[in-house]
Design a protein around this ligand. Structure first.
Ligand code: WQD
Length: 338
């Protein structure tokens, strides 16, 4: 079975390629290398011993997408990661986000709609819920007005897929709403490679721990939570990757209940920023330099997943704890800074 992974050299994409190969899938990667490097292929080979096919391609070029699918007629499934994902950047450059995240999705769906049967996994995000009213967050929680163009592209993406599936019975799709991905493969051969100053908490923590950053700014200590800092559901990227393979197999084996389904991917446990810091200090044995500063605009107070649907319907459950995920992030940071 040949599977296309777009954005397959990125953080979650590369970990998913490894898990696909572990399950015997033949993988083709498309990546435009705008936020990744071809070096990641070596990391994948170091883990699985199998080199995926790779094509550097900008999915915004419609004719290139058409040519790709003409060349690869035997693709049975697509896992679509390729998108811009920096919340702050999306506020400054909305059109870049709408063009890159929406037009590419449309071009891929147009190609898949031509096939006798197609399975499609979409990389979505808990950001579609905004600040949910109830915790843990279930899949039927209302989708709220997005806090950023990035979040809006995920909401629009889900609508595009849902409406396309309604009129395309041969297209079967699953949207996976990630909570907060973190960590790295236990081999430390692949992991998160933020370009420039990390926007996300965990890479900023490990870069501070290794001495690349002077101190971590904790954005807000006055939230209505146990310790005043925001709560998130931090999920190990390998757990997340495994969920993608299970979701794809669900479609390929026609076990889906409808031709468009949505699943939250989280651990079901919320952790505060200070608890994440404590986890780092525990697994690294190092004291972390941090300072509590003003809140970051657009941040929500709390988000953690209800895992019932993923556990009972999808048949997947996150295996790693926050400490295990944090240890893998720290091992990776130490490896790449050697
Ligand atoms: C987590 C917590 C910050 C950095 C976003 C997107 C989501 C996904 C992941 C792409 C928050 C605090 C952070 C720092 C801090 N995006 N923080 N100091 O904002 O929950 O989710 O990134 O895939 O769709 O919405 O993740 O890691 O930026 O922040 O205090 O230097 O850490 O305030 O409470 P977030 P994050």
């Amino acid at each position: 079975m040949k599977v296309l992974v777009t954005g397959g050299l990125g953080f979650i994409g590369s970990h998913t390629v490894v898990e696909l190969q572990n399950k015997g899938f033949e993988v083709v990667i498309i990546d435009d290398l705008s936020n990744s490097s071809e070096e990641v292929l070596n990391g994948i080979v170091a883990i699985t011993g199998k080199k995926p096919e790779f094509e550097k391609l900008d999915l915004k070029e419609k004719s290139k997408v058409e040519d790709f699918f003409k060349k690869h007629t035997d693709i049975s499934g697509v896992i679509h990661f390729a998108a811009s994902k920096a919340v702050g950047e999306s506020v400054e450059k909305p059109l870049l986000y709408y063009e890159n995240n929406i037009s590419t999705l449309v071009y891929i769906l147009k190609e898949l709609s031509k096939k006798d049967k197609a399975s499609f996994i979409f990389s979505s995000s808990c950001t579609v819920y905004g600040q949910a009213d109830k915790m843990p967050i279930t899949e039927d929680a209302p989708v709220k007005t997005a806090e950023s163009p990035y979040g809006n592209t995920k909401q629009i993406g889900e609508e595009i897929i849902s409406e396309t599936c309604k009129v395309t019975p041969t297209l079967n799709a699953i949207a996976l709403r990630y909570f907060n991905p973190m960590g790295a493969h236990p081999s430390a051969e692949i992991g998160e490679l933020p370009i420039g100053v990390p926007q996300n908490l965990v890479p900023f923590i490990t870069q501070t721990g290794i001495g690349m950053r002077k101190e971590l700014s904790v954005f807000g200590g006055d939230y209505p939570t146990t310790d005043g800092t925001c709560i998130r559901d931090y999920i190990h990227v390998v757990d997340l990757a495994k969920a993608h393979v299970i979701a794809l197999q669900r479609l390929l084996e026609e076990k889906n209940n409808a031709n468009y389904e949505v699943f939250n991917l989280g651990t079901g446990t919320g952790s505060s920023v200070l608890e994440a810091i404590k986890s780092f200090e525990k697994v690294s044995g190092k004291k972390l330099n941090y300072k509590i500063v003003d809140r970051r605009p657009g941040d929500i107070t709390a988000a953690y997943a209800s895992t019932d649907k993923a556990n009972n319907v999808l048949g997947w459950k996150a295996a790693s704890t926050l400490d295990e995920a944090m240890k893998s992030a720290w091992d990776w940071e130490q490896k790449i800074r050697k």
